[in-house]
Each structure stands twice: as C-alpha cells, then as structure tokens.
Design a protein around this ligand. Structure first.
Ligand code: GAL
Length: 656
C-alpha cells in the first residue's frame, strides 16, 4: 500500500482541567506551548462535571478551559466521555453495567463499567455525544474528536449481561436464519448440545468444561460488532455536528478483543496508547528480555504497533498517549532510561505518526493513577520527561523539510505482514498448546524481519498486496477466499505459517484437511499436529522447532528437515509453508533467506538496534543501555541531522 505522509508531526498532551484549580489553567497552557506542544486532548472522563445531574449541564468550566487553551494557541482534541458514565446514570438503569463471565456486575467506582449491548446506554451515549458536539463541534480550536476511551480496556469487550444475551440471539438468528443451520454449523450433535430455537441459546460461560468453540467464536464476532456499532453511532453524530474535524479513537497495545479495522472504518485516524515498559512487563516476554529491556521496552513493541495502526488507520495514525515515566499499572514500574521518551517519540515519527501526545500533563496526587508519572510532577515542577519533549520539538523543527517533498511519495515498506483479529480469537479459544497465540507469532515474525533493518507494513487480509516484495502470513487459521486468490496471483516470495487454513468459518477442520483451500496453491496436507511444552524441541540443521509441529503428507520435497528427515519447510514456486514454530535464530535465518530472494537489502545491525526509513531520512534507534557502533550501516558520506555512528544508550541517529 502507498500511504501518504501528510503534515509536519505535532506534539500534544492529555490534560484534565477538571483535576486542577482554574487559576492554574492559563499557566499550564503557556507552559505547554513553551514546551513545544501544540495540541491538547481533553474531556474523556469528565461526564460527571459536564452533566452533574440528569439533563443539567454545566458548560461554564469547559467553555473557559477551551478558551484558555485556544487563547494560548493550542488545538483541541475533544472526547466523548462515554468511558465513564456517572453514578446518577448508572443508578437510573443499573442493568447497563457489564456482567463478567460469572454473571457478576462490573460495578461503578472506576471506569468502563458499561455494556456495549445495553440499548438505554446506547441512547445515553448518543445523547451526551450530541450535547457536546452541538456546543463545541464548530469551535475553531476543536480540530479532532476522540470517541470514548480505549474500547476493550480492562477486559470490557465481552459482557455476559441480559442485553448482550438478547442481542446475541438476534445476531445469531440473522446470521443463520434457521436453528438447524446453526446446529449443523456448530456441530451441536457432539455432546447433545442441539437447540430447537434461538431463544434457547446462552452466552458461552460457566459451562462444565470448555464451551463449543464455534459458539465462542460467534460470541466473539458478535461482541466485536457491538463495539463497532457503538462507535459508529457516535461518529455519525460527530460528522454531522462537527464537520471537517478528524475522528479518532485511542486503541491499545496487544489488545485484540474486537476487530480494530471494523471500528476504524468509521474513523479518519487511528490512534494508540504507547506504554512500552508496561507492555514488556505484562506480556509474554522472557525474564531475560524483561530484565534487559526493563527501562527501554523491547525494541519491537512500539514499532509493531506503529506499523499495525498505520494499517488500521489506512495510513493516518497518532500516538495519543505516550508513556512519559513510570506507570502505575504493571507488576513493576521502572523509570525509563534517560533519553527513552525522546527515542520513543522520534521512533513514532519515523514510522509516520502525525501526532505524538503524552499521557499526561501533570501527575495527579489523588485517586487510582497517583503513582503514574506525567510531564510535570504533582508539585507543578517539570518531571524528567519535560526536557526530552523539548528536545523532540526541537528535532521536529530541524527536520522541517520532512513535511513536504522529501516524504510525500516516499517508497513504502516492501514487506507485508498479514494479521487478522479473527486469527487471534481462534488461537485464544483453542490454543491446543499453552501460550500459542497468533498475535505473539505475528510479533515474532515482525521482530525477526525488523532485526534485519527492513521496514514492514502490518496489513489485514483484505489489503491489496501489489507492490510488496515479500508477503508474510504467520497464522491465519480461517483464510478468506479473496486472500487465497490474491496469494495465488502474486509472484513475490510468500511465507505461510503453521495453522493457516486450519479452520473453516464455523471453527471446523476443513474437509480436505488443513491448510484447506490453500492446497490449490501448495499441494500438502496436515494430517496431525502436536504441541510441545517448553524444553521439548525438534532440531534441524541450524534451527529448532518449538511449541508446535505439523506432520504433513506431500510430494513436495522439503527445503528444511529435522535431523530425522521429517520436513519443516516446503516450497512450491514462490510460496512456502512452515510446518511449525521456529526458535528465534531459525526464524532470523529464514527471514534472511526470504529477504535475499525478495531483493531486500539486509543490514548487519548490532543487537537492540532498529532502523526505519521515512522519505529521504533514515533513523537508527539504540534500545540498549550501552553504546553501540553503527558504522556498518551509516554511509561515510551521510549527512547526519542528529547523532552519529556511535550511538549511546537510548540514542537516535538521523541522516539523509
Ligand atoms: C491508558 C488510559 C489512560 C490512563 C493510562 C495510564 O490505558 O487510556 O486513561 O489510564 O492508560 O497509563
């Protein structure tokens, strides 16, 4: 895909005027400007102050806050406050609360306590959206809207409420029409699970052992569609009452509970919230990686999401919340290495972000997030990140030519990495081996190719594949017929990973066995699969297979075999099938081979260093806590705009 790069990147901040005395606002706004910030996000949790009682609006404070920010020359991203319905609203319809899988209400007292399926709350969400958009939709300072806040955060995509049950049954009736079709599709004969009407169907929870995976998958599809339609309702109102403004939503890191492409179909820009240290601590990374990168984040965490959300936003994306210091929500919350906030910010820009906005302006000395750093300390003095933000602002000014000819028409990445939210639901529902995750596998392939200095687009299965030199399909259990046709048509190297094509739409094994319809492209059949516990590995020449291994029937010769002769990698013309999960060095070796075949230049990068091209600019990022040399990469004649071939800890180099 060719993604346009539009304007000079902007810096922003998340601000909560309702948290601070009015007398501080003007000073805050001036200091924001002085720090090099030009936009402010406000309002996403302010419902109880905007509408303190049903139908009684208090606009005075928000009017004033918006004027103060506007007077200081700041643009405003205004939010709909629907992530925090106030107490009076919840009390007026207590069944609007989401229920957890055990049927317990997710009570008032924090946030995101609503159920996406509650019709009364849908009406309220539209009412408050309309009220705010009517008041500020045409205000000259308001340049964009954020809908709600972090859909899905705190496991809130799924709700087991009565409203969800009612809507799920309607959804099923619409999709299957006839209950016999549903019984047949789900295979309900298996344990006498057959239904005689849609009204008999429950939400899949509290079953004695696992629920039917086809039932769960449809519940996931339904729940995802509820998020998309909730968002679409707000977008429709905002478009009418606030013409010409961008609409965005702040998505999250490693959250896959709903189809982000479906939600983004109604947005102009995708945004995401980047907390590299929290994500490293909370996700699958090894203890060694957690230690090594404790103050930097794994070098691919932020970049993976930048490249993912560029696809979600069809080329337009922001970082809405950038970690500025220690957060409060991970198991351990170290401080970033000096320079890391600067590095993360510049890296986002190098991947094409239009905006990098920091969370939050000032650390709050009260309530849940009092241990979360901001750009300022609670005592109003600058915190550590403030100086780094000033440096980023200065750097953007130095790259000025970035906004015009040097970037527009820049060659886009030549590797397409295909990821589908549906794939993650399938491996979530039936991992078959503990820890098997389509998302993690996609991340591992991403990391392997990025370690070679190659730029990547992460794209959905529906993306056009023309123009790419290499196509990677780590794990798509349910393969769309149109994607199969597109893979058939391309002539560049394609790598398809294990479990791809292994399920039908209804979570069954395909009649012809996996990889299903892909057998037209690759004549091989998966006859048995096995999952392997940590330490149980199958070895070949220079690689190990871990976690997952498939036994195949095929007349194709194996390109890579285990030491006992069983095949792991098969090839027919430009297409390859990988019948297992490779260890890190095996994966790197395979990506090196593919890159060479695809004609992609491979760089010899020191460990922990990543590169990224943006138009005529090249960026290098050192994620190590020690210095490294990139002499091998940086051309002698390079005109360095920043840094040098000797990269200190957390340092960035930029050259043309
Ligand atoms: C985000 C959220 C913010 C704040 C932040 C703390 O997930 O959108 O409101 O809670 O985390 O890191």
């Amino acid at each position: 895909m060719t993604y346009p790069v539009r304007k000079t990147p902007r810096l922003g901040v998340c601000y909560y005027p309702e948290h601070w005395p009015r007398e501080w606002w003007r000073d805050d706004a001036q200091r924001m400007r002085e720090m090099g910030l030009s936009q402010v996000r406000i309002g996403e949790f302010a419902w109880s102050r905007i509408e303190p009682a049903p139908g009684r609006f208090d606009w005075s404070w928000l009017d004033e806050a918006i004027e103060v920010l506007h007077d200081a020359g700041l643009s405003i991203v205004l939010c709909t406050p629907t992530a925090t319905p106030p107490k009076w609203l919840v009390d007026s319809m207590p069944d609007m609360l989401a229920l957890d899988a055990e049927g317990r209400p997710r009570r008032f007292g924090s946030r995101r306590h609503y159920c996406f399926s509650h019709q009364g709350y849908r009406v309220e969400s539209q009412r408050i959206t309309r009220a705010i958009a009517e008041r500020y939709g045409r205000h000259p300072a308001v340049i964009a809207w954020q809908t709600d806040n972090e859909y899905g955060c705190h496991n809130t995509t799924l709700s087991w409420s009565a409203s969800a049950l009612r809507d799920f049954r309607l959804w099923l009736a619409k999709h299957y029409t006839d209950i016999r079709a549903l019984n047949d599709a789900w295979g309900n004969v298996f344990w006498s699970m057959e239904y005689s009407s849609f009204e008999q169907i429950d939400l899949p929870a509290l079953t004695v052992t696992e629920a039917n995976p086809a039932h769960v998958l449809d519940f996931r599809r339904f729940s995802s569609a509820q998020v998309a339609s909730f968002n679409a309702e707000q977008c429709r109102i905002l478009r009418t009452l606030s013409p010409g403004r961008d609409i965005t939503h702040n998505f999250m890191g490693f959250v896959t509970d709903f189809d982000h492409h479906a939600v983004a179909a109604d947005l102009d820009v995708a945004a995401w919230d980047s907390y590299p240290l929290g994500f490293l601590e909370q996700f699958w990374f090894s203890d060694a990686e957690k230690l090594r990168y404790a103050r930097q984040g794994h070098p691919d965490i932020a970049a993976f999401h930048h490249d993912l959300y560029r696809g979600v936003g069809r080329g337009r994306w922001w970082v809405m919340e950038q970690q500025p210091g220690p957060v409060n929500w991970a198991r351990f919350n170290p401080a970033p290495l000096p320079g890391m906030v600067r590095l993360w910010s510049l890296e986002a820009i190098a991947h094409g972000a239009e905006v990098v906005s920091y969370f939050r302006w000032r650390q709050a000395p009260f309530a849940q997030e009092q241990m979360h750093a901001g750009l300022l300390r609670p005592d109003r003095e600058d915190d550590v990140a403030a100086a780094e933000v000033r440096e980023v602002a200065a750097a953007i000014a130095a790259f000025r030519p970035l906004d015009t000819s040097s970037v527009v028409g820049a060659p886009s990445p030549r590797v397409a990495l295909i990821f589908d939210y549906l794939a993650q639901w399938v491996t979530d529902i039936q991992p078959q081996g503990a820890g098997f995750s389509a998302l993690q596998l996609t991340f591992e392939w991403y990391s392997a190719i990025r370690q070679l200095g190659i730029d990547v687009d992460i794209v959905p299965p529906a993306a056009k594949l023309d123009g790419y030199s290499l196509i990677l399909v780590p794990c798509l259990p349910i393969i769309d017929e149109r994607l199969r046709q597109r893979l058939d048509a391309v002539t560049v190297p394609v790598l398809i990973g294990a479990r791809t094509g292994s399920k039908t739409q209804h979570f069954r094994i395909p009649a012809a066995l996996p990889p299903g319809s892909l057998q037209d492209l690759l004549p091989l059949r998966v006859t048995r699969v096995e999952s392997l516990r940590a330490g149980l590995i199958e070895s070949g020449d220079g690689f190990n297979v871990r976690l997952w291994f498939e036994h195949l029937e095929t007349d194709l010769p194996a390109e890579w075999t285990l030491s006992d002769g069983r095949g792991v990698l098969y090839r027919r013309k430009n297409l390859r099938y990988l019948a297992g999960v490779l260890d890190e060095s095996g994966l790197r070796r395979l990506m090196t081979t593919l890159a060479a075949e695809a004609g992609l230049p491979v760089e010899r990068l020191p460990e922990g260093v990543r590169l990224r091209r943006l138009g005529s600019l090249r960026f290098a990022f050192n994620y190590n806590s020690h210095s490294v040399s990139i002499r091998d990469v940086l051309p002698r004649s390079a005109d360095c705009l920043m840094g040098s071939a000797e990269l200190g800890p957390a340092a960035v180099a930029v050259w043309r």
